[in-house]
Design a protein around this ligand. Sequence first.
Ligand SMILES: Nc1ncnc2c1ncn2[C@@H]1O[C@H](COP(=O)(O)OP(=O)(O)O)[C@@H](O)[C@H]1O
Ligand SMILES: [Mg+2]
Length: 381
Amino acid sequence: MMTTVEIRNLQKSYGNLEIIRSADLAISSGEFVVLVGPSGCGKSTLLRCIAGLEPITGGNLLIDGDDMTVADPVKRGIAMVFQSYALYPHMTVAENIGFGLKIANAPKPEIRARVLEVAKLLKLEALLDRKPKALSGGQRQRVAIGRALARKPRIFLFDEPLSNLDASLRGEMRVELSKLHAQLGNTMIYVTHDQVEAMTLADRMVVMRQGVIEQVGAPLELFNNPVNRFVAGFLGQPPMNFIRFASASQAGQVMNGELPGGGRLTLDLPPAIGAVSTEGLELGVRPEDMAVSAAGALNATVEVVEQLGGETIVYGRLADGQALTAKLAGQAGIRAGDRLAFTIAHERLQIFDATGRNLRYRTEEAVTIERRGDLVERSPV
Ligand SMILES: Nc1ncnc2c1ncn2[C@@H]1O[C@H](COP(=O)(O)OP(=O)(O)O)[C@@H](O)[C@H]1O
Ligand SMILES: [Mg+2]
């Protein structure tokens, strides 16, 4: 079954309040797309516009190439699963799962067969006669998913379906959802504010901020090649370090950076980047891309150490007071008060200009730069 979803210049306002500015997104058949971003950025609104639960202020929605901008929700072939489960408390699990088919006047034997099929898929067979109040949170969410599955929709929409579950159950359900998608092959659009959920479930992620799509791409593509400081800081835990640094001189395409505490960094910028203002530059370094070494250019005083068993998180401060977080493999013997020097994995660092844009995406052409190695340290300190 082919099901593509395309939104073109979609806008959504409530009165004068603009919620979605101008969203463009083309989703392929069978894709698992995750909309992710901070609370209030417009994820649910965008999902509800696709479902037809909210009228669209401007732009178009196409499903399988057909214009569905103003189509009735039921005509869109969409099923939606909510955070709140929204089960009918007086109905059994079987009745909840079969409810959509019942109101669509499907014959009873057909409903029964489909309910059993769905229950088997979601491992709910033993619970079919129970009422929702006799189920755990995870079981309730599976029933809500089952109710969406029963009607064989073309597209599944999920709005933070795991947010009410505790952490370990969330992890389990994440794996189950991945398996379900692999089994069914339907197009799925999933909303979450949880970057781990987004990274693990998505074929492609859509990172949103304040009603604007900031970047779209495969999880690792966004993690490795963030278009701006926002995307860079949103993905990764602990978050990327942003270190303000002075660029003492800039001869041609060579940038000489002075790091807090006297470390130096000399970078070759590819010609496509063009002239760079030396004002407001920030180095983006992920905590896991640093290593303790006497030769390191970043000197920090350790404030807090978290020993997680498999890894050690070090929270420190640079000479000028800027915070620095490092994630080291294993059980490093580091204590508060230690003074450490860190080297940076240069092939993985990013540089952001004063507007927050990644220098590697500074020009139209640079947007297509996907590989690392564009910013190279010439003379290691
Ligand atoms: N019915 C509404 N009327 C006015 N503002 C709304 C309405 N629904 C949502 N909003 C606003 O739209 C913004 C985006 O909300 P929402 O899509 O729910 O964000 P998210 O799901 O990303 O947390 C928020 O600022 C919210 O207050
Ligand atoms: Mg929401």
